[in-house]
Ligand binder design. Structure first.
Ligand code: B12
Length: 261
């Protein structure tokens, strides 16, 4: 593990850990076919993304969307790391994923000791709170898992503020609503207006006491790409909202600006 740790740190990864790979516990997704045949371990990593407040003023999208698309940024980091790992262990496979992954990322990050799972379902780290993205490298190299412990405070604040968490109804999650195609109901439109978000939702994270006084990101790719406001006609290139296409975010913006949509 020491040699792997060195590679991760040399490549700018501060938060990481390892857990066992479990073939019986995978998300059904098309990227499953890329998993190493005899996968044994998962090297979980996290990248903090919360921008300093002065860079996130006058915003109309959630924090995770205000920085360069984390899929692209993780690729930069994890590609370098897998190259270095391959040099050290030429017989083994190292395949990286983020988000579009067969791995239950929050659960695996907890098992790897990176943080705890909050009642809002998200991974909360000690240093950066839940403002981290998760990415991983699956390998057929057997690596000893890291320890894990700790717990969410279970204060219930995230459940109080979010009807989706309170009622356990995923479809009421504002993040999910902003990503939905087609027409929205009046109630859904109202939620977008109330929370002033044309993309994503941070309600359950902003309210979380475990997110108080946490550090901002120092990741250059996020700091250099800060764009907290989406305006009509803006390019979607390199942004986490690009995958849904222009129409969905423009519709949400129209609702916010009370344009006819
Ligand atoms: C699909 C998905 C979503 C969907 C559905 C949420 C979900 N958890 O399923 C939507 C679009 C809503 C979403 C929203 C967000 N997501 Co998301 N999402 C994912 C993804 C791709 C898969 C999650 C999944 O299906 N897990 C499998 C299910 C079975 O496990 P589960 O989480 O335990 O879900 C169970 C219950 O919790 C419940 N459930 C699941 N989601 C929700 C949501 C609500 C509101 C309720 C009531 C119940 C509920 O249903 C399951 C029970 O059968 C992961 C990446 C990954 N590969 O893991 C990222 C991921 C979890 N998302 C991430 C982020 C950043 C977000 C947002 C914060 C973005 C935003 N600002 O809008 C929000 C947070 C909303 C929330 N509180 O969960 C990060 C989380 C990082 C962290 N610190 O934990 C991940 C890990 C992506 C990444 N690589 O960084 N996401």
């Amino acid at each position: 593990m020491k040699r792997i740790e060195k590679i991760l740190k040399n490549n700018g990864i501060e938060l990481f850990g390892v857990c066992d790979f479990d073939r019986e516990n995978l998300i059904e997704c098309r990227n499953k076919k890329f998993l190493p045949e005899n996968a044994q371990s998962i090297i979980m990593t996290a990248l903090p993304y919360r921008l300093p407040d002065e860079m996130y003023k006058d915003r109309n999208i959630s924090r995770y969307a205000a920085v360069r698309d984390y899929h692209d940024v993780f690729k930069i980091y994890l590609d370098k790391i897998t190259t270095d790992l391959k040099k050290l262990f030429p017989e083994n496979d190292f395949i990286s994923f983020t988000d579009n992954s067969p791995i239950y990322e929050v659960e695996s990050a907890v098992k790897s000791g990176i943080g705890v799972r909050g009642e809002n379902g998200l991974l909360i780290t000690e240093k950066y709170g839940s403002w981290v993205f998760l990415g991983e490298i699956v390998t057929d190299l057997k690596i000893k898992g890291t320890d894990y412990q700790g717990e969410c405070l279970h204060c219930g604040k995230c459940k109080e503020i979010c009807p989706a968490l309170k009622e356990d109804k995923k479809e009421k999650c504002l993040s999910s609503i902003t990503q939905k195609k087609g027409d929205l109901t009046d109630e859904e439109k109202k939620k977008i207006t109330e929370n002033k978000s044309a993309w994503g939702c941070d309600l359950c994270q902003e309210i979380c006491p475990m997110n108080k006084n946490k550090k901002y990101t120092e990741i250059a790719e996020f700091l250099n790409s800060a764009k907290p406001k989406f305006s009509s006609g803006d390019s979607l290139e390199g942004r986490a909202y690009a995958w849904r296409g222009q129409a969905v975010i423009e519709r949400n913006l129209g609702i916010l600006e009370e344009r006819k949509v």
